[in-house]
Design a protein around this ligand. Structure first.
Ligand code: PGA
Length: 236
């Protein structure tokens, strides 16, 4: 099964998202599954279930401004992004907060998509594997037996830069091996960071990659539809 996941971030206005909804392609087959994760205010504009970009680690009382897991369940949300680098960076999300969210999702049978990745400095200092190991060493045990992990180098997000295919392949294998040896789990590993119609065919030659987490290009239905078409051709 190949995944194509849209992380639309906070980029679209209501008018833009309505336009997107009218025009975008979705697929749900045994071989390819598209998952849209829009900005939270817009999730009910979609007729089918969509994902959430964030969930509160707290539940059951009044928490102004938060999205409670009970609300997510009542909206038929299935997938939730956890630990996206923009939340780690701009909202100060710590490993312990990420772990609380993963625990809550597991208890409520929602599927987490855990985002991990190294910064440019960490990449340049050859610290990538240490960083990734830190990011999965506690979190993956709180996920189900086939955890979904999105490997997104921070320096590749929104920059147009991507690691080489060889680097992505090595890293994806590393993540899968760690999940197996540490927790006996079969990780589904997505790649994210400047995925676009221009590089999807090249990325598709890496057989170890189980799918993609797409940011910028998922805000443009033309680009999104091209990505869906490129994957459909290979996974129909
Ligand atoms: P990008 O974002 O595709 O714009 O690089 C990916 C992400 O942040 O999930």
């Amino acid at each position: 099964m190949k995944y194509l996941v849209a992380n639309q971030k906070s980029l679209m206005t209501k008018e833009e998202i309505v336009d997107f909804i009218v025009n975008y392609k979705k697929v749900s087959s045994a071989k390819l599954k598209t998952i849209i994760i829009p900005s939270a205010p817009f999730i009910t504009l979609f007729e089918e279930p969509v994902g959430l970009q964030n969930i509160s680690s707290l539940s059951g009382k009044a928490y102004t401004g938060e999205i409670d897991i009970k609300q997510a369940i009542s909206l038929k949300v299935e997938y939730v992004l956890v630990g996206h680098s923009e939340r780690r960076t701009y909202s100060g999300e710590s490993e312990s907060l990420i772990e609380k969210k993963l625990q809550l999702l597991k208890e409520n049978n929602l599927i987490a998509i855990l985002c991990i990745g190294e910064s440019l400095d960490e990449y340049n200092n050859s610290e990538k594997e240490t960083v990734l190991l830190n990011q999965i060493s506690n979190s993956v045990k709180l996920m189900n037996d086939t955890p979904i992990i999105a490997y997104e180098p921070v320096w590749a997000i929104g920059t147009g830069l991507t690691p080489t295919n060889e680097e992505i392949k090595k890293t994806v294998i590393y993540i899968k091996e760690q999940a197996k040896s540490l927790f006996n789990k079969e990780a589904i590993v997505l790649y994210g960071g400047s995925v676009s119609p221009d590089n999807i065919n090249e990325l598709e030659t890496i057989v170890e990659v189980d799918g993609y987490l797409v940011g910028g290009a998922s805000n443009d239905y033309n680009k999104w539809n091209k990505l869906v078409t490129a994957l459909e051709v290979k996974h129909d």
